[in-house]
Design a protein around this ligand. Sequence first.
Ligand code: TIU
Length: 221
Amino acid sequence: MMDILAEPFPFPCERETLGLVVIDMQRDFVEPGGFGETLGNDVSRLGAIVPTVAQLINGFRAAGLAVIHTRECHKPDLSDLPDAKRDRGAPSIRIGDPGPMGRILVAGEPGAEIIPELAPLPDELVLDKPGKGAFCRTEFETHLQKMGLKQLVFAGVTTEVCVQTTMREANDRGYDCLLATDATESYFAEFKAAAIQMIIAQGGIVGWATPTGRILEALNA
Ligand code: TIU
């Protein structure tokens, strides 16, 4: 057993059952010209965390622990895109439409790829998900069970949308969830701050939160 110093209290975990989940560090969200920017967002906020996410990923790899990547994307025929999701967002451009980095949030298109700085290794799980949460209409839980993971560290974007949704889904399924506060970002500073507060409030009602340095300290101890 080891403890990672965190809020609202130290996060207990075991090396054998600890994994990192990096949510949706895709070109469509992080780079100019993608889905995130078409929604009217300043994507430079998200680009700023890339070196910290890379440090966290490298720490898990060096410790021999699992690294999982997710991508929010849809099948080319859009059969997994509900109308309710397609019809909201920017009125001018919708998921599946052609954009500067290929069709927006469609699997196989350049924009749906993980940014090259954080490219997955060939043996790492890359989970495509049609929802904001990683458990919705995917085999994520089966993968976690097969990998023997019970405690999950979360990084990626955006804090209050796909990261928080996935943490809530994982928490309800019995996983202990720790958010790396400087390896996640939102297009809205106030939403990130509020999401962290929501997660750790009420005795850690969704989970724990701590900066990347604390996590790496524990992994290296
Ligand atoms: N990955 C993720 O968070 N998807 C989003 O659409 N996020 C927004 O904040 N728009």
